[in-house]
Design a protein around this ligand. Structure first.
Ligand code: FDA
Length: 384
């Protein structure tokens, strides 16, 4: 039986990156049929693999300083260099988000090539039934027999998209080794509102979603179940059950524009004029909500200001979120308090490492979660 130096559990973004740096005598185990499935489906099949403007403020964690070291030692420029070295063409979409020109499978192939060049082996369709530590070695029991190694890396991700095999595996194992777990919760996830917004399903508006902690100015999308779109996904990571969120869907300068139009087109219906600035279905929906009636000439300055104010401060309390079924990531996870920020090594069990989404570090939408997977995988791989 081959004696491995390192076993990495999980052949996702972080695990493959770690394997590329951990060197020979590394075995990567995964229960899936293929490696890097989330990379494959990410970014609509083109993988938003990093962001040009990565800062520590783009991540949530109970310890807002933990991720700084790994992100500084493996930056977006390092990953861009890797991608370019492999001849993968890419482009910036919006807000610094970098996507492949072609398919996201190019990123998976690149990582597999790097991993193999480093001498690591990959074993898929392997169910892990037990993980123990005895006499200075980790013993990983699988449905294909047991393997041992002096180093074990937990890279099995979070709970998002259980249909793809996601589970709380890393939390269970780390918990058994004495690690605290910050309660996991779905993040980058649409909100549910019953059927309240069903009449608006498909309507998208530029706007801002905010609470008392943070604001995101991107588009909002009404769905059959509630609210989605980039601004909503972003604020969902900062939302706790029962809390309200506020939407600002007031087009810039709306009140002044309506005031000017009142002079020239006073006989035009208020709703007709509003529908020139907002989607008509949204105006129709808001008509009873905001009591919109009459012509422009009927609206006083105070009333126009009131309408502008209502559109800029539409406070709503979501019934909940769509949960792990559609959440792009899992916030919370293995507490950073028990890990070294330099190497991701456990402070409780030497030789144990936790990387990627399994750790209580969650990125914003826009390539930040992959950058964390690359950086934390690199930090552990280099330290092993
Ligand atoms: P990841 O989930 O990638 O890998 C975990 C691996 O462990 C998987 O291969 C899994 O099969 C395996 N595993 C799990 N449990 C196991 C068990 N019990 N036994 C054995 N193996 C097990 N981020 C971003 O930056 N840009 C983007 O464009 C997107 N887009 C996107 C779209 C969608 C639909 C989703 C769901 C997510 C994204 N993300 C994203 C988030 C990103 O995919 C995610 O943060 C990283 O893949 C996390 O990398 P990890 O390696 O930590 O986990």
């Amino acid at each position: 039986m081959k004696r491995y130096r390192t076993i990495i559990l999980g052949a996702g973004a972080a695990g493959l990156m770690c394997a590329a740096h951990a060197g020979p005598d590394t075995l990567v185990l995964d229960h899936a049929r293929k490696p890097g499935e989330k990379i494959r489906i990410s970014g609509g099949g083109r993988c938003n693999f990093t962001n040009l403007d990565v800062t520590p403020a783009n991540f949530l964690s109970e310890n807002p300083h933990f991720h700084k070291s790994a992100l500084a030692r493996y930056t977006q420029w390092d990953f861009i260099e890797l991608v370019s070295r492999h001849g993968i063409a890419w482009h910036e979409k919006t807000l610094g988000q970098l996507f492949c020109d072609g398919k996201s499978t190019q990123i998976i192939d690149m990582l597999l090539e790097e991993m193999r060049a480093a001498g690591a082996e990959l074993r898929l369709e392997t169910q892990i039934t037990d993980v123990r530590h005895a006499d200075g070695r980790f013993i990983v029991t699988t449905d294909r027999g047991a393997e041992t190694a002096e180093t074990l890396v937990l890279a099995t991700g979070g709970k998002s998209i259980p249909k793809m095999g996601a589970s709380g595996f890393a939390y269970d194992v780390a918990g058994r080794f004495g690690h605290d777990i910050v309660t996991p919760r779905p993040a980058l996830v649409p909100f549910t509102f019953g059927d309240r917004f069903a009449p608006l399903a498909g309507v998208s508006v530029p706007g801002r979603a905010f609470n008392d902690r943070i604001a995101f100015a991107e588009s909002l999308l009404f769905t059959h179940r509630g609210l989605s779109g980039p601004a909503i996904l972003q604020i969902s990571s900062y939302w706790r059950e029962g809390e309200p969120i506020t939407l600002d869907i007031c087009p810039p300068g709306l009140v002044e524009t309506l005031r000017d139009q009142r002079q020239a087109q006073g006989r035009h219906a208020l709703t007709t004029e509003l529908a020139r600035h907002l989607p008509a279905r949204l105006v129709e929906y808001l008509t009873p909500v905001l009591g919109l009636s009459g012509n422009l000439a009927d609206q006083s300055d105070a009333r126009l200001r009131e309408i502008g104010e209502a559109l800029a401060n539409w406070t709503l309390t979501p019934a909940g979120t769509e949960g792990y079924r559609t959440a792009e990531v899992t916030a919370g996870g293995v507490s950073t308090a028990g890990l070294s920020s330099q190497s991701m090594e456990s402070k409780h069990v030497p030789g144990l490492y936790v990387i990627g989404e399994a750790v209580d570090v969650t990125g914003w939408l826009g390539g930040f979660n992959f950058q964390w997977a690359w950086a934390s995988g690199h930090a552990a791989g280099r330290a092993i």
